[in-house]
Design a protein around this ligand. Structure first.
Ligand code: UFG
Length: 341
């Protein structure tokens, strides 16, 4: 039987590449759209090594409507889209807001314009726990009120959620969407053939840790230890990227089955909060590497503490996390080692 075709925009990115692998292994035919503006062609080799087959890839910007239509013309019977493609550097978004609004909001609008013309109804959207801002209560559920974004990047996620709610609610089933609000993805595929591949100096904690342990960076700076948390450092919900990728597979199937409302929102995290210091300790424990770190001043815009209530995803999607923090960090380290220096 022919595999069900699912377009994965940003499929050469960190979460996207892991979703491509999980989709294929679950019996779907992923089709990658990526402009490689923040990813490398070598990711396609990694995916091919894992799956034993190459996944089709179109090198286009999915905000380019004509090019996008070209993909839909060429690939008959696309049944769903997972839309990862977006810029994601919070600091850069403050400096270059238009770049973020144009790309992140523009590409979603383009997709939503094109989808109905090709009878594609199903869209899974990459949202973020950033929409909760600094929450009044922990853990956050999907009902926790959203707050004004603290960066243009965060605002693009909020705006895209609003757009999808507005469009899906009046589309009479022509657009059905699942918004997945990710917490902090970490880790890498067990094969160490794909993983997080930041270009330049990493903004995120775990790649900075692994690059420091590998000797690429001199030391990790922990951004503040005087927050109102048990050890004074920020608390986040670190979810293994393969667990997160699997949530997309289930979400796609739920849309294909036309279960649920026209728009549904799910938190995807572990339900556990860990402090930055706990992550450092877990990394040392899981890898046997001693990490050079120092305490620095807080980073502007950081939320003191956030972690997910994942009851809804557990009950409705059957989502469960399989990896512990230590296992996730060990996989990040294995991936870092596979890259060399
Ligand atoms: N941190 C450090 N030192 C570093 C890097 C990070 O101490 O060198 C700390 C941060 O202060 C934070 C934690 O590690 O407390 C995690 O930081 P990340 O940058 O890895 O992740 P964030 O939680 O800040 O950001 C993530 C995503 C963003 C998203 C945000 C909220 O990377 O895209 O969650 O959803 F906007």
């Amino acid at each position: 039987m022919a595999r069900t075709k699912i377009v994965v925009t940003g499929g050469a990115g960190y979460i996207g590449s892991h979703a491509v692998v999980e989709l294929y292994e679950a019996g779907y035919q992923p089709i990658i759209i990526d402009d490689f503006s923040n990813s490398q062609e070598s990711v396609l080799d990694g995916i091919k090594d894992i799956l034993g087959v190459a996944v089709p890839c179109y090198r286009i910007d999915c905000g380019d409507e004509a090019a996008l239509r070209g993909v839909f013309d060429q690939e008959a019977d696309i049944r769903g889209i997972i839309h990862f493609a977006a810029f994601k550097a919070v600091g850069e978004s403050v400096q270059q807001p238009l770049k973020y609004y144009q790309n992140n909001v523009g590409s979603l609008i383009t997709l939503l314009k094109v989808m109905p013309d090709y009878g594609v109804a199903n869209l899974v959207f990459s949202s973020s726990c950033t929409v909760y801002g600094i929450p009044d209560q922990l853990p956050v559920t999907e009902q926790t009120p959203t707050k004004p974004a603290t960066s243009p990047y965060g605002n693009t996620k909020k705006i895209c959620e609003d757009i999808l709610n507005d469009v899906a609610s009046v589309s009479n089933g022509a657009i059905r969407t699942i918004l997945l609000r990710y917490f902090n993805p970490i880790g890498a595929h067990e094969s160490a053939r794909i993983g997080e591949l930041p270009l330049g100096v990493p903004n995120n904690l775990v790649p900075f840790i692994t690059q420091t342990a590998a000797g690429i960076r001199e030391k990790l700076t922990i951004y503040g230890d005087t927050y109102d948390t048990p050890d004074g450092t920020n608390i986040r919900d670190y979810v293994h990227v393969v667990d997160l990728a699997k949530a997309h597979v289930v979400a796609v199937q739920r849309l294909l089955d036309a279960k649920g409302e026209a728009v549904e929102t799910f938190n995807v995290g572990t339900g556990r909060g860990n402090s930055v210091l706990e992550v450092v300790q877990a990394f040392e424990r899981a890898t046997g590497q001693k990490l050079n770190y120092t305490i620095g001043p807080p980073r502007t815009g950081d939320v003191p503490a956030i972690y997910a209530d994942v009851t809804k995803a557990t009950q409705e999607l059957g989502f469960k996390t399989t990896a512990t923090l230590d296992e996730a960090l060990a996989s990040s380290w294995k991936w870092q080692q596979s890259l060399g220096k």
